[in-house]
Ligand binder design. Structure first.
Ligand code: PLP
Length: 417
């Protein structure tokens, strides 16, 4: 236990589930990256400056003029019904047929993850995730104390042969897997997309071992290259619990996400949400409904794609120029992130302090794994930094890595691996 936690006078009183919620040195270090002199590729923020404030203003005004009293009031736990119709349209954009009654609106996809875990997971239950996976999901999962198994990915996403081996071994030991969690499009953190062929194989494996699939799809509409595969939900409505969000295509600040799931599961989720927060904000749900039913949201997504495509390309070409031979990285076709792997004798958590010293930041890879892994990797975000910042940030990062590699070589660490 670190000395910091022994200073907490309440340490003996917290529930066991909080043991995985401890703050980490990495998080403390990353907290300083908000300083304006640091080029941070550590965040994951959508570029909300790309929205026209006039559009937002007139949408909010409409909400208040139409029925300000209802906008200020509690609403139904499962969400504002007209917004569900808009979300059906958003899902249709990705080729997924869904009905308003299949949807429950949540406080962001994050709440979806939390309440799905709450209704399914007893301590010791088994779940499967991709390696690496989204930290927010891992945190929600861990607080309900399951055994989390991670399946490696390659450039086509989760390696289904390995998933099958894992499922077979768990099954042989009498262990049923409650769900498989996947982010099939432009995965956070790896920037990888699950191929269409693997999507079918994943569904088949889940059917064979009777597992649910949790499909977390915040970035699906942010494809700036290539062609989209079908959503898992469109392939199996009875087995897939789908998580959507408006955070990346509209506003993260409105806190609106949704779950599309089989009805019995929705009924249970409703009870879990009720005890968590009664309802999602009536005010922001109405704003979102007006925005998605009356404004040119598809045009705005196209504008966002243009920005993210350019930023991704700027970062990739800076990496080609400055990091070739020092690292390998993924080439995303959409979303916000790419994943870089350094020589395996470089520890990116240990390197972070020197990177911050050089006024550049990234997220070290190890936090994205439920167990060991990713120690020589990092997640880089390109959605927020403009081209010049990306170029300068990567240049600084290359200097830090070069220094780290030379040091490791001088100490003979490169020979040990
Ligand atoms: C994979 C993934 N799932 C869920 C979320 C949470 O999104 P929301 O803002 O809808 O809670 C994020 C946010 O970055 C994410 O990357």
């Amino acid at each position: 236990m670190s000395p910091r936690f022994t200073l907490d006078p309440f340490i003996e009183q917290y529930a066991h589930r909080t043991s995985s919620m401890l703050s980490s040195q990495i998080r403390d270090l990353l907290a300083v990256t908000a300083r304006p002199d640091i080029i941070s590729m550590a965040g994951g923020l959508p570029f909300t400056q790309a929205f026209d404030p006039e559009v937002i203003l007139r949408t909010v005004r409409r909400v208040l003029e139409e029925d300000y009293a209802a906008a200020l009031q509690y609403g139904p736990t499962d969400g504002y019904a007209p917004l569900k119709h808009s979300l059906v349209e958003v899902m249709r954009e990705e080729g997924t047929v869904c009905f308003p009654e299949d949807i429950m609106i949540t406080n962001g996809a994050q709440q979806g993850l939390e309440i799905i875990t709450k209704i399914f997971i007893n301590p010791g239950d088994h779940i499967i995730v991709e390696a690496p996976s989204y930290v927010g999901a891992l945190n929600s999962f861990q607080s309900y104390q399951p055994r989390i198994h991670a399946v490696d990915m390659d450039e086509a996403g989760m390696i289904i042969d390995r998933l099958r081996v894992m499922l077979r071994e768990l099954d042989a030991g009498g262990n049923h897997v409650k769900f498989i969690y996947t982010i099939p499009n432009f995965q956070n953190p790896a920037g990888i997309t699950l191929s269409t062929e693997r999507r079918a194989q994943l569904i088949e494996a889940a059917r064979d071992y009777d597992c649910l699939i949790v499909e977390d799809n915040p970035y699906g509409l942010l494809r700036f290259e290539g062609t989209a595969g079908p959503t898992l939900r469109s392939m199996d409505r009875e087995r897939v619990i789908y998580l959507g969000t408006l955070s990346k295509i509209f506003s993260a600040g409105m806190r609106i996400g949704w779950i599309a799931a089989p009805h019995p599961i929705l009924n249970k989720l409703l009870l879990a949400k009720q005890s968590a927060d009664l309802c999602t904000s009536s005010f922001t749900q109405r704003i979102a409904h007006i925005y998605f039913s009356e404004e040119d949201w598809r045009g705005q997504v196209r504008r966002l794609l243009e920005i993210y495509r350019n930023r991704c390309h700027a970062m990739l070409s800076a990496m080609d120029e400055h990091l070739s031979g020092l690292a390998e990285w993924t080439r995303p076709e959409g979303g916000f992130f790419l994943w870089a792997s350094l020589p395996d004798y470089v520890n990116t958590s240990e390197m972070l302090a020197s990177a911050i010293g050089m006024k550049v930041a990234y997220v070290p890879g190890s936090g994205f794994f439920p167990g060991e892994g990713g120690e020589n990797c990092m997640r880089l975000n390109y959605s927020y930094a403009d081209d010049e910042m990306a170029e300068e940030g990567i240049k600084r990062l290359a200097k830090v890595i070069k220094r780290e590699v030379s040091l490791a070589k001088a100490l003979g660490l490169d020979k040990r691996s």
